[in-house]
Design a protein around this ligand. Structure first.
Ligand code: F6R
Length: 357
């Protein structure tokens, strides 16, 4: 039930710190070590490459997951949109593992791929929020998101839960392979939960930003580089699905290859600046769009901030920034939809789970 909340989406955004803490509890043993089932461990240990398959927001979590698995665990990983997989079938290695990411566990496009790869005798692992869902039952193994029911059509807490569970998976593979771990994951996830609390306690700021930058606009850009570019895609999806503002997420470097033609006086450009290796280049992109009339809403991270930024997040390990950088984008989208009198929980033309291909 949504209780005192005006919308499920608001409630579910607010639940994100608790979901992260819940995930820590479920995937940690008494010694503080990551604990996965033997079934999951043997599936991933046999794989020479991981093929992530998902749709929508879950696909965006998959993009972050690829970076986590490759950089932390060193296992080659690809990410595919489920509905395209059949046409643009990648070359498969000898021992592929298919990793399905699906909040509902019922998405028909993803299931079609699962049916096909099982027919060919390949193994599958499903990350889902719903125990007993179709994708969970039909895969060899399941990792649960432990996010609690997600009712709002716009996915929020499932996205952050998926990234946290993907990080845990990446760390477990890395440990099994004797890799050096870049930082203590569970400690950093606990810190992330605290930072999430602090962002959620400052909602009025994002309400004001939505009013200032998006209430009256027809379109918007979300820019970032590296990890931030993936989160920008998710920000653009959130905004378009609930506020009906046309939104594009772009890697900063791609701007000059076409989309900068769309920048005119007053075009809102929402930029993430959270990656130490890209923050100087993305600042250059902000200057380029502002010089062409754009209004810049910049969400940055401590150590990379400018005084003109709209919001500065506390510093988080670069591999985990999507867990916190997405919150301002979710909140700005929510308040933009409210300001435009949209039905936040049930946007037009959309269903919570898409059970047709
Ligand atoms: C966006 C959204 C959709 C879903 C997509 C996949 O807010 O909700 O893009 O993420 O339909 O759904 P699942 O994760 O249930 O497979």
């Amino acid at each position: 039930e949504k209780g005192t909340y005006a919308h499920y989406m608001l409630k579910e955004m607010d639940e994100q710190p608790a979901v992260i803490r819940n995930i820590i509890q479920h995937y940690q043993n008494e010694n503080g070590d990551i604990e996965l089932t033997e079934g999951v461990r043997s599936l991933v240990s046999e794989a020479d490459r991981i093929y992530i398959v998902a749709c929508g927001t879950s696909y965006h979590a998959g993009l972050v997951g690829k970076q986590l698995i490759e950089r932390v665990a060193g296992v080659p990983t690809e990410v595919h949109v489920a509905s395209e997989f059949g046409y643009n079938m990648p070359l498969l290695t000898e021992k592929p593992l298919f990793l399905f990411i699906s909040q509902s566990g019922e998405t028909a496009d993803s299931r079609a791929v699962l049916v096909e790869v099982k027919k060919r005798g390949y193994k599958a692992l499903t990350l889902t929020n719903v125990a007993g869902s179709t994708l969970s039952r039909e895969a060899n193994e399941t990792m649960l998101l432990h996010a609690g029911p997600e009712i709002a059509v716009a996915s929020t807490k499932a996205y952050t839960a998926q990234i946290a569970v993907l990080a845990i998976l990446a760390y477990d593979i890395a440990r099994a392979n004797g890799k050096k771990l870049p930082f203590d994951l569970m400690t950093e996830l606990a810190r992330v939960a605290t930072i999430m609390d602090s962002v959620m306690a400052q909602k009025e700021i994002f309400e004001q930003l939505a009013d200032k930058f998006l209430k009256e606009s027809r379109n918007a850009f979300f820019l970032g580089r590296g990890m931030d570019s993936y989160v920008g895609l998710e920000g653009a999806l959130k905004l378009k699905e609930i506020s009906y503002i046309q939104a594009e997420g772009y890697p900063g470097g791609e701007l000059k290859h076409g989309p900068i033609a769309l920048i005119e006086d007053g075009t809102p450009v929402i930029t993430l600046v959270s990656q130490p290796n890209t923050h100087l280049n993305i600042r250059g992109n902000i200057k380029e769009v502002v010089a062409r009339g754009a209004v810049a809403c910049t969400i940055s991270m401590e150590g990379m901030e400018h005084e003109s930024d709209s919001f500065v997040l506390p510093r988080v390990e670069p591999l985990l920034t999507p867990l916190v950088t997405v919150l301002p984008l979710q909140l700005i989208s929510y308040y933009a939809a409210l300001a435009r009198d949209c039905d936040v929980d049930k946007p037009r033309n959309l269903a919570k789970s898409v059970t047709v291909e």
